[in-house]
Design a protein around this ligand. Structure first.
Ligand code: DX5
Ligand code: ZN
Length: 217
């Protein structure tokens, strides 16, 4: 199971130290939430912050684009240091093309969808992706409550991927804690994003990471 701590919840004034703490804790990925104030009702950060993170860290940069028409910026995010780019099906009229563009840039392609969007919207591109992200909150903010029905959505997508032998990651994002991690992994999740559960943990991010390890051991 891969843990992808969401930098949205970290202390941006200490970004380099936060990334070093994750690395020392043995975490392989960092989740980078890009919000444009259009696709979601919040603005987070963009290219310069990703580039700064890339300069000081060799963690896998897992970039989640919550922006309208992400095709406009895929190359920029790839150049700024993304290893994987995940796009929302609702944000583009051309999800198949966007996935192809990510692959052409030599990056791992992910697709995601809001809790209110039918899983069927993913089916046409399932064979072309490296990661499917099941959003377990309405995107836009960290620290929201986990939507319980997401567990069934994880199970369904994992089954669809298994049907044709896909090894794509099934990632979950939003309200993920050490308390619900086991149920998600049992349903087929291979990759968990957590923001507040890691950076808001008593004892700091290293303790937050350890809590996930303990519950999944
Ligand atoms: C929500 C973002 C998430 C968020 C998760 O819009 O996509 O990645 O940072 O934060 P927590 O784990 O606090 O729900
Ligand atoms: Zn995210």
């Amino acid at each position: 199971m891969i843990l992808s701590p969401s930098l949205l919840a970290c202390d941006f004034a200490r970004l380099g130290e936060e990334l070093a703490t994750l690395k020392a804790a043995g975490v392989p990925w960092a989740h980078v939430d890009v919000m444009d104030g259009q696709f979601v009702p919040n603005i987070s950060f963009g290219l310069p912050i990703l580039a700064a993170a890339r300069r000081v860290s060799d963690l896998y940069m897992d970039v989640h684009l919550m922006i309208e028409q992400p095709e406009r910026y895929l190359k920029d995010f790839a150049d700024a240091g993304a290893d994987g780019l995940t796009v929302q099906v609702e944000s583009t009229k051309h999800i198949h093309r966007a996935v192809g563009q990510i692959r052409e840039l030599g990056k791992r392609a992910g697709v995601t969808l809001n809790p209110g969007t039918s899983l069927d919207t993913l089916r046409p591109v399932l064979a072309d992706v490296d990661l499917v992200l099941i959003m377990s909150v309405n995107p836009g903010f960290g620290g929201q409550k986990f939507i319980g029905s997401s567990v069934e959505r994880v199970r369904t997508v994992r089954r669809w991927l298994d049907e044709f032998g896909s090894e794509a990651e099934v990632q979950v994002d939003g309200g993920v804690t050490a308390g619900n991690a086991r149920a998600l992994v049992e349903a087929g999740a291979t990759n968990l994003v957590a923001g507040s559960a890691i950076f808001g943990a008593e004892g700091g991010a290293a303790a937050g990471v350890q809590a996930f390890r303990d519950t999944l051991a």
